[in-house]
Design a protein around this ligand. Structure first.
Ligand SMILES: [Ca+2]
Length: 105
């Protein structure tokens, strides 16, 4: 789907043929032809964060080790990593995230 989002600015929403977990990186090529027939080609690399939700240790599994890391974050013993630990996506790491993590065990 192509949407005009500003002057000379467009946003494409691309349907994916595979689950996002199987699409971690790639190259996107866009070719645009103006009214005079001049072709402009734009190539951009992209990557997708495929971290397993709740995998705070990065070992690909959700275990009690992840709970330990979240407790350390909650106690201020290790830096908070919103990317992996904000499981309810409210912009902070709290007991609500711990609750979500425990449900993932
Ligand atoms: Ca949160």
């Amino acid at each position: 789907m192509l949407t005009e989002t500003g002057t000379n600015t467009y946003t494409w929403t691309l349907p994916l043929s595979r689950p996002i977990t199987q699409l971690s990186a790639g190259t996107l090529t866009v070719q645009v032809k103006d009214k005079q027939g001049n072709l402009t080609k734009i190539v951009r690399s992209f990557s997708v964060n495929t971290n397993h939700p709740g995998d705070l240790t990065g070992d690909g599994k959700v275990t009690l080790s992840d709970v330990r890391v979240m407790l350390q974050m909650l106690l201020g013993q290790v830096p908070v990593d919103l990317t992996t630990a904000d499981l309810n996506h409210d912009g902070k790491v709290s007991l609500m995230d711990l609750r979500v993590l425990l449900q993932l065990l």
